[in-house]
Design a protein around this ligand. Sequence first.
Ligand code: NBP
Length: 471
Amino acid sequence: SKAHFGLIGLGVMGENLVLNAERNGFSSVVFNRTYSKTEEFLQGRGLGKNIEGAETLQEFVNKLERPRRILMMVKAGPATDAVIDNISGYLEEGDLLIDGGNSQFKDTERRVNTLESKSFGYIGMGVSGGAKGALEGPSMMPGGTKASYDAIESLLTKMAAKVEDGPCVAYVGPGGSGHFVKTVHNGIEYGIEQILAEAYDLMKRVKGMNGQQMSEVFGIWNNTDELASYLVEITEICLNTKDEITGDDVVEKILDKAGQKGTGLWTVVSALELGVSVPTIYASLNARVMSSLKEQRSEIEKTIPSKEIEDFDLGNISDGMKPLFDAVVLATIASYAQGMDILREASAVYNYGLNMPSIAQIWKGGCIIRSKLLSKIQDAYNKDPNLKNLIFDDWFNNEIATRLDNLAKVVSLSTKAGIPVPCLSSTLDYLNSYRTNRLPQNLVQAMRDCFGSHTYERIDKKGSFHTEWMK
Ligand code: NBP
């Protein structure tokens, strides 16, 4: 009999996803551009499983029941287009292609339109959770037509991570919306990773704490309603891991240059295009760019050296580094708030019709940004689906109001000590701007009107005004 499910691309993700599908009762066929990998897989992890291999695409489609359900897990960009071109010739009406890679949402928009117009189904699906998530249950963000989603709903629901109130997958919306939501997920992830890195830097440089002590702090944080999360959990592990050869903290042996594959950049570009303020997420992207300038930094450190760092109050281990905790909580909230804002605006501008509580639900398990805070975010959007920003929700508003002084304290002392805290300081500016009724953009407007007659609005009467500034 023919197989239920097909997978193209036996990379880290593909291998684990097909094992997940098979475990959930879907007999599978796998195809990989380089056939030796298929053979290796079938004789390795795929051995004894209800999984067959195919050497050619013809053989691959022949082994699948109709309508075919095919998941592509290949490199985003031209590789994905190449796979679509190659497989299209073999597809028949009603067959469904799912792109589970990290595709640019505009590419997905184009592919959905092209393939759906040929009577094939096409789903662009963000997948998060890394290799382990892919195997045990990832978080999945599928977008495309509702009819195409319905055709794979049972498969995805079985494969997805589950939390107490349901699976971490749901129909996201039309076109490229699934990949858009995954992109923003990654933007939030960039933010939180950088925030935790800043906290580590402060504990290390100001307090001289070692890996084990810092790990203990992250362990405490992982037991709080505000910070319990996968990223805090793995930070606790990373900081407490020793180098096998030297026995030192392995983190201290790692080169301080962080890479990026594009999703953080796309998040920030989309935010700017949509006119959404995302300074915390932007700061995390810029921090990675800055980290790549290793040689320049090493040279300039010699010409403008920092002063001896004086000890300052970050709290201590027994109180969970209270001021630092407060700062990290607010920056984390800001990352989610800014990400959710991008989604809200994109939903309106691109007609995605996103269901905000449902997206929070998808992210609650399986994915890299899963956290306890997401339940609070879900509650906030359930209470008010049109919430302008998390800051307007009572719970979040109170968090911000009560922790803002400590964020300000940590940022100002770090700044004085010459320690960069881009995400913490951007968050402080973000929150301070948000709570300032009158910003100085009246002067910016005056200048624009002065040099370019751009006109301005007034606070005391309606209309558009111009002043003859150069009399
Ligand atoms: P890679 O991104 O390393 O992709 C490997 C697969 O792509 C291999 O099967 C490779 O075939 C195939 N491929 C390439 Br590269 N170019 C191809 C082409 N021109 N035609 C056909 N096949 C081609 O694997 P991955 O890390 O498993 O990621 C797969 C996708 O999932 C990516 O889009 C990634 O961004 C996304 N993703 C990854 C993670 C993660 O944690 N790694 C998480 C979430 C999403 P070959 O064997 O013949 O070279």
